[in-house]
Design a protein around this ligand. Structure first.
Ligand code: ATP
Ligand code: MG
Length: 528
């Protein structure tokens, strides 16, 4: 596939991809289940009918093409319906996780100049203190709420026919805020044409979704990963999406995979890691699972080995950002090098470059960068020319992550540029050390950061969460873990300090916030 293949036709709306599947009137689009065991399902035919009704409700309110609508619905079928309805009507979606608090909402609504909101009824309280509360056009889903339109009720009398809006590939479809792992979230502007590029990149070769497959992509609405996989990839390919609205529990997840005969799984590395640590995995028969992928954070080799041993499936890594699409991946039929993120996805020109914007040699660590003319790249950070410009170097967009490329063209993740540790002149990526640590049977999770040191500049410090019921004495365990890392990596990378903690600081999307641990180390050492 070439770059040109990722470019959408000029008149384009991403919802056209989903409408193609309505001809399979009875094919299930979504199957839903919650923690209490309630179930629902919907066919493509019914889904698109509801989409039209909701689109008409929006257009009959004061909302119009080009307006911005913040959507906060948890893992429910209504999330898919509302997103599709807005997009089909040409309304821009501002995705929002239900875990966002009033402050997060205030930031998105003011910064994103949002016109309206759609919220599941259980979260409407969180909007009360917003400056814009009175002027927002507000729709509640699930139950009526005072001073909010009731979407379910309005839908009943609304027409099931709706023409797709006259959007072009350059019209904005989403303003997606980043996870905020390293600072204030950035509003990433994505067009309908970006959606097309994503569909050409990820579903077939990486996720390996075929029409009719049952796909479980666990990301929740409000995150870009939800737009990538459960939303665009599943519905765009005419597959059946499985939705589980419940808390993460490794054993429950494994049972759901078995009971629902899931064919394709897309999870976070943390979810895989915790599943791989469950005792006696041979209890689970995942015979229907033909594809399993991971994205969002580095994938540990240990997970790959465990899933291969017990389930005969190779978990394949993929790398991308809110700002783009899947940039690197271990694609179907590609030889797997465990620990590598794979190669550039078809049509995407991804390179490792130095500080002058020049590609570096084999196995040299540098910045992961994408050529600016890639159709899978975002347009800009919304109203933030400064950060948009800062993300560019010469002909490239700089991801802010570092990696090296080996002699076969496979990319190996080093870390976020800010997370790289420089100790006695050595450059050390935290991931390799973390990967070694989690291989130890007592380690549940860990994070490795730079800690200031008078002699070495920085030293490698590991924060470790132990598995429950570990009895060993901490001093003894520290030595054991240090020896363990030395036996698996170059010895200079071993953590000179280890601190055992109960929990790692994470973003609400579950990513480890090393920035917080690093700050803590600086503060602690300064006060010493
Ligand atoms: P912010 O930009 O607000 O600090 P964020 O970068 O975490 O937040 P996302 O766009 O959700 O927001 O995440 C993209 C980042 O996740 C990448 O830049 C990279 O650091 C990390 N990442 C994604 N996939 C992988 C992967 N397969 N291996 C390692 N890291 C990954
Ligand atoms: Mg980022």
């Amino acid at each position: 596939m070439k770059r040109e293949d990722l470019i959408a036709p000029m008149d384009y709306n991403i919802v056209m991809e989903m409408e193609k599947h309505v001809q399979h009137e009875n094919r299930k689009a979504l199957i839903w289940e919650d923690e209490e065991g309630r179930k629902r399902e919907i066919t493509y035919g019914q889904l698109m009918k509801n989409v039209n009704k909701i689109g008409n409700v929006f257009l009959e309110s004061e909302l119009k093409k080009g307006d911005k609508l913040l959507v906060m619905i948890p893992r429910r079928i209504e999330a898919y319906e509302v997103y599709l309805a807005a997009l089909k009507a040409g309304i821009i979606v501002v995705p929002s996780s239900e875990m966002l608090t009033t402050n997060d909402l205030q930031y998105r609504i003011s910064h994103g100049e949002v016109n309206g909101v759609v919220s599941y009824h259980t979260f409407t309280e969180q909007y009360k203190d917003l400056h814009e509360y009175d002027s927002l056009i507000k729709f509640a889903v699930g139950r009526p709420v005072d001073n909010w339109y009731f979407l379910d009720g309005l839908m009943e009398d609304s027409s099931p026919r709706l023409e797709v809006a006259a959007t072009t590939r350059d019209d904005t479809a989403f303003i997606s805020y980043t996870s905020g792992t390293t600072g204030n979230p950035k509003g990433v502007v994505h067009t309908h044409g970006w959606g097309f590029a994503h569909l050409k990149t990820a579903p077939e070769n990486w996720l390996c979704v075929k029409a009719g497959d049952k796909v479980w992509a666990t990301a929740g609405p409000g995150w870009q990963k939800w737009i990538w996989s459960p939303f665009l990839s599943v519905l765009g390919m005419g597959a059946t999406g499985f939705i589980y609205n419940g808390r993460f529990n490794a054993e429950k997840y494994l049972s759901l995979l078995e009971e629902n005969k899931i064919n394709v799984l897309c999870c976070t590395p943390t979810e895989y890691r915790l599943m791989a640590k469950v005792d006696d995995l041979s209890r689970y028969q995942l015979t229907h699972l033909h594809s399993a992928v991971s994205a969002g954070e580095p994938l540990n080799v240990e997970v790959i080995n465990t899933f291969r041993t017990y389930f005969n499936v190779t978990v394949r890594d993929g790398y991308g950002q809110t700002e783009n699409t899947l940039l690197l991946g271990v694609m179907k039929n590609m030889e797997v090098k465990p620990g590598s993120m794979g190669k550039p996805t078809p049509g995407n020109d991804v390179e490792i470059i130095d500080e002058f914007g020049e590609p570096v040699g084999v196995n040299v660590v540098g910045d992961i960068a994408v050529r600016l003319n890639s159709p899978a790249l975002f347009k800009a950070y919304y109203k933030d020319a400064e950060r948009t410009n800062a993300s560019r170097r010469g002909d490239f967009y700089i991801t802010g992550d570092q990696a090296r490329k080996d002699e076969d063209g496979y990319f190996w993740f080093e870390g976020r540029s800010d997370d790289i540790i420089i100790s006695s002149g050595y450059t050390i990526g935290p991931f390799e050390v973390e990967d070694a640590l989690v291989k130890h049977p007592h380690v549940q999770e860990c994070a490795v950061v730079a800690s200031p040191d008078a002699v070495r500049g920085s030293i490698v410090k590991a924060f470790v969460v132990l598995k429950p019921n570990v009895q060993e004495e901490p001093g003894q365990l520290t030595k054991e873990l240090q020896e363990h890392v030395k036996s698996l990596t170059a010895p200079y990378k071993y953590p000179r300090e280890i601190e055992f903690i109960k929990e790692l600081p994470k973003t609400i999307s579950g990513k480890i916030r090393r920035v917080e641990l690093r700050k803590k180390e600086i503060e602690r050492k300064v006060s010493q």
